[in-house]
Design a protein around this ligand. Structure first.
Ligand SMILES: *[C@@H]1O[C@H](CO)[C@@H](O)[C@H](O)[C@H]1NC(C)=O
Ligand SMILES: *[C@@H]1O[C@H](CO)[C@@H](O)[C@H](O)[C@H]1NC(C)=O
Ligand SMILES: *[C@@H]1O[C@H](CO)[C@@H](O)[C@H](O)[C@H]1NC(C)=O
Ligand SMILES: *[C@@H]1O[C@H](CO)[C@@H](O)[C@H](O)[C@H]1NC(C)=O
Length: 944
């Protein structure tokens, strides 16, 4: 990097010293400056700038320096040494963000989660959750603040113009906070021209500012808010070791959201900018982006550490020079200074970090990354407030506790998103719980658009499911991020004096499908006509402490009795009653009282059958994971663990199956005993070739029954998936040509495994054609291809749309053509242009795509948007059930992740009768349920 690349100075005078010294004569006479000279100085300053050469000036010291500039430098010294404090909350009359003219609001009859325990709760008890409770209360908002949280606030006691909102007893929480978002800098739908989250031109760029890239009209800001998220930390991406400054925004944009203007500055959560924020990143990304051997580093973690240390060394030097200058100026008077305050914009923000004016958030996954970074904090004496993507922090609490500053960094995590690259391979859904057990803080984040931040609350809900106490899970998206951002006195609680960011939910916020019915930001309601889901009123969650008991290694049993099964959610089992499920050699032999059957079995085997007692046990079929890469790769980004991208060569998934890996073990453990996968085409969500159905519990394909369906369907992907090659029109034309050619074949091709042989079966309707596509236009084009080919064959292609982001637009046509849709993702958030017409759900849209498709009579199922979702297929079915307005029964909802797939593909499902079933404690559609036993058709049951 040579000197020419140093960016321009940030103050108009920063580089003035050299030229000014050359042009202006020293003058003792004007050394002393009094108040009466100020006007003249200003004038002289203007003259100097506007015309050269300048006349002798009053503004000159003994050393030929501008006195005014030196005095400004002295003011800068104060700024440099200012220690920010968390901005005050209580004690304000009004929120600095409040816009005049907005009426106060009285929210009546809410059930409020305050966010802290009742007064007098000891710290130890609070940690355990004692003293936290839901309280029935009214909440009064005025001047952008929460003014009162009291029972039965009398109308006569509030402003006459107050808007009254009846919460009808619903849960009310503070606005959700996302401490890791790229909304606005990477707006959606994704367009290259709008992608501004990474300045991947240099690795060390602490001087960049995410605010300079924010597209405030990013529709995703509104979608995120519709999930109750009111505040986000907008970070630069993680391509660079030092990515730049970040900004905390609120999700209220422009006049429609009650703001003064449409600007990034108007979004700032703290207009006074007390704290600054910064993003750094270690590990795979920077070395992947920059490392070019022999040319440019960093190409290794060693190289990255050097980049960090070298940068910190520069900033440390400047901080020291500044301190020396400021000390000398304070002691000897600025007029005696021999030069100006040293400043270099390149290192300014990093210097501010070293001065503890910046809250640093660093992306680090692995133990070596964490250890090296903690080492840097101690070498250069700066704090890191949270490690993000901190998958492995749960393994090394001691390292976190060694971080500089005495307060261990929090871990900003996903609940269960992992395996996508080597540094994400070692990870645990129990990380949150383990960190909590070690006295450390967990924050759940979205990394929007990696995860749709609209559903951030669902990350917290899953944190609860994986063993974090309820109050800690909720804190992980409210009080914990508020505190880490330095907003602990303003955000994260429903208390007088806090910002009036509140959410009224339609059900317990940590329950499956919880959806806001209204959201307020700084006291202003954000949705004019919010769509409210038609949902029965449900009870609040009673925290289940037994979720913290983690059983990872199952006991394998051939014969077992499950007692306490109160619900049977599979059509395959008809029973006189509930109670027991008797299992023999891994298969169900009796459901109900089963007294005679147990007796007979025990006398035949001359031994007691073990009994597993359940609370609220549920029996279901097992789940099927469709549409991911299960069985075809272990780590997405690692070629050697992967069947590979096929480069347009038609192949069969069965030929590439690789089993017995971590993903499949976890799949099995969470009840996904079956999977249907097709080879990757050009990436994660594109597929090509024939898919295969296999058992996730198998060790190799040679075992009997591993593959239950050799070729499930022929898959093609059409769209823009970042692929070079043919145009969409050429690709659709190519498929039509292939299908018509197959229809014209007079006999079977000699190779029964060739594309044309499979297509011969596709055109006569005996093998489904699965087309991966989002765009309604491309779906329409494919429907026309089907019609054209069907007209020739007088048969009907069994067409399945996979993806279907815009299937809602052509729902009627799909139903008429008897074309099924497997939604992938289940809940689209318009990630790509081709999904821009997807429905993102209440309170913004009336239902989501699945509702429209069901109403139209389309057969629907749910696919996996990433293999990590194997843990939550039952919960996705739960969202469809709960937010479906009565469209689905519980059994039908479970069918979305099991039976429907088989119906759609026209293949036999390995059934409950054949020993594919699950025993859950709790309802599998609910957050507090867990899989207690899994039978995967292998003659035994894994009991957890
Ligand atoms: C909003 O705009 C008005 C009029 O320009 C101005 O007086 C007020 O200070 C602004 N409020 C905020 C919070 O920016
Ligand atoms: C609060 O709402 C609940 C649920 O709708 C209702 O039963 C109760 O009567 C309401 N209470 C008041 C004071 O309005
Ligand atoms: C469809 O074509 C395949 C291959 O020619 C053939 O084996 C199969 O029997 C046909 N099925 C129907 C329903 O015509
Ligand atoms: C949402 O859609 C359903 C079914 O199409 C309809 O009955 C209902 O009135 C709609 N609700 C709103 C708020 O538009």
């Amino acid at each position: 990097m040579d000197a020419k690349d140093v960016p321009p100075a940030y103050s108009p005078f920063a580089q003035g010293s050299s030229w000014r010294r050359g042009r202006v004569r020293k003058s003792r006479a004007f050394r002393v400056v009094g108040i009466t000279f100020l006007a003249f100085i200003a004038f002289a300053q203007w003259r100097q700038l506007s015309s050269a050469p300048a006349p002798p000036s009053a503004d000159i010291t003994v050393n030929g320096l501008s006195l005014k500039r030196l005095q400004e430098d002295l003011v800068t010294c104060n700024k440099l040494r200012k220690k920010p404090e968390d901005p005050i909350g209580p004690g304000r009359d009004r929120n600095a963000r409040y816009i005049d003219g907005h009426a106060p609001t009285l929210i009546k009859n809410a059930t409020v989660w305050v966010g802290e325990p009742v007064k007098g709760t000891s710290a130890e008890n609070a940690r355990k959750g004692k003293g936290y409770r839901w309280i029935v209360s009214d909440v009064y908002l005025k001047h952008g603040l929460i003014k009162r949280v009291e029972q039965s606030i009398a109308l006569s006691s509030v402003a006459k113009d107050a808007v009254v909102y009846d919460a009808k007893g619903r849960p009310l929480t503070t606005g959700i906070i996302d401490m890791h978002s790229h909304a606005a800098v990477g707006s959606l739908p994704f367009l290259e021209g709008n992608e501004d989250s990474n300045e991947a031109s240099a690795d060390i760029t602490p001087f960049l500012r995410s605010i300079d890239g924010m597209q405030v009209d990013d529709h995703q800001i509104q979608v995120i808010k519709s999930g109750g998220v009111t505040t986000s930390l907008i970070l630069p991406g993680s391509a660079n070791n030092m990515g730049g400054e970040a900004y905390v925004i609120k999700h209220a944009v422009g006049k429609p959201d009650g703001r003064n203007e449409t600007s990034a500055a108007d979004l700032l959560a703290d207009p006074d900018r007390n704290w600054r924020f910064m993003k750094m990143a270690c590990g795979e990304n920077p070395k992947r982006v920059y490392g070019r051997f022999g040319e440019q580093g960093p190409a290794s973690r060693m190289g990255e550490s050097w980049e960090f240390r070298h940068a910190f060394e520069q900033a440390t030097r400047i901080v020291r020079e500044q301190d020396d200058w400021c000390d000398a100026a304070a002691a000897g008077g600025v007029e005696n200074a021999k030069g100006y305050l040293p400043q270099e914009i390149r290192w300014e923000s990093l210097g501010a970090l070293l001065r503890d004016q910046v809250r640093l958030n660093t992306h680090c996954y692995t133990i070596p990354d964490l250890e090296a970074f903690v080492d840097h904090t101690n070498e250069f004496k700066f704090k890191v407030r949270a490690f993000h993507h901190a998958h492995q922090t749960y393994l090394v609490p001691e390292i976190l506790k060694r971080a500089y500053g005495g307060e261990p960094p929090a871990s900003a995590l996903f609940a269960d998103h992992m395996w996508y690259k080597a540094e994400a391979y070692v990870a645990s859904e129990y990380a949150g719980k383990i960190l909590y057990d070690n006295g450390l803080t967990t924050v759940y984040v979205s990394d929007n658009p990696v995860i749709n931040a609209q559903h951030l609350i669902f990350e917290a809900a899953r944190g609860y499911r994986y063993g974090l106490p309820y109050h800690v899970a909720l804190a992980a998206v409210t009080t914990a991020p508020a505190e880490r951002l330095g907003f602990g006195k303003r955000l994260g609680k429903v208390k007088p004096g806090f910002d009036a960011d509140v959410v009224v939910w339609d059900s317990d916020p940590l329950s499956v499908g919880a959806t806001p019915v209204q959201v307020w930001i700084d006291g202003t309601a954000q949705f004019e006509n919010p769509v409210m889901l038609d949902k029965p009123k449900t009870k609040l969650i009673v925290p289940d402490e037994t979720l913290a008991e983690i059983v990872e290694e199952p006991t394998l049993l051939e014969d077992v009795i499950f007692a306490g099964v109160s619900n049977i959610l599979t059509a395959e089992v008809t029973s006189e009653g509930t109670g027991k499920v008797l299992v023999s050699k891994g298969k169900i032999t009796c459901v109900g009282a089963c007294e005679e059957e147990v007796k007979a079995m025990e006398s035949a085997s001359k031994s007691k059958i073990p009994v597993v007692n359940l609370r609220n046990g549920h029996l279901t079929g097992s789940f099927t994971g469709f549409g991911g890469t299960l069985g075809l790769n272990s780590i997405d980004a690692e070629a050697t663990t992967d069947n590979g991208d096929d480069g347009d060569v038609f192949s069969r998934a069965e030929d590439g199956l690789q089993l017995d890996d971590k993903k499949l073990h976890v799949s099995y453990r969470y009840g996904v005993t079956k999977a249907i996968s097709a080879p990757k085409f050009s990436g994660q969500s594109t597929h090509h070739g024939t898919s295969t159905g296999f058992l996730t519990g198998a060790t190799t394909v040679l075992e009997d029954g591993t593959v239950f369906a050799n070729d499930v369907a022929v898959h093609y992907s059409i769209g823009h998936f970042g692929r070079g090659g043919p145009t969409v029109s050429a690709y659709i034309g190519g498929i039509r040509r292939k299908l018509l050619d197959a229809a014209a074949l007079k006999q079977a091709p000699s190779d029964p495994y060739s594309e044309s042989a499979y297509l011969q079966r596709v055109v006569n309707g005996s093998l489904p054609l699965a087309v991966i596509v989002h765009s309604a236009d491309i779906i329409a084009a494919i429907l026309k291809v089907k019609a054209a080919v069907d007209a020739v064959t007088k048969s009907s292609i069994r067409l399945v749309i996979v993806g279907g982001g815009e299937a809602n637009v052509v729902a009627g046509e799909l139903a008429a053509a008897k074309v099924a849709v497997i939604l992938l993702p289940f809940l689209s958030y318009r990630l790509t242009w081709e999904e821009r017409r997807a429905l993102t759900g209440a309170p913004l849209t009336n239902g989501t795509n699945i509702d429209t498709l069901i109403d139209a009579g389309v057969d629907v199922a749910i696919g996996m948007e990433g293999d990590y979702t194997v843990r939550t297929l039952g919960l996705s079915a739960g969202v469809a059930f709960k937010n479906g307005g009565g469209r689905l029964t519980e059994k039908e909802a479970l069918g979305l992740v099991s039976g429907n797939l088989y119906k759609i593909f026209g293949i036999e499902e390995p059934s409950v009768k054949e020993g594919h079933f699950l025993i859950h404690e709790g309802n599998p559609l609910e957050i507090g349920s867990r899989v207690k036993a899994v039978a995967g058709g292998q003659g035994q049951v894994s009991v957890f």
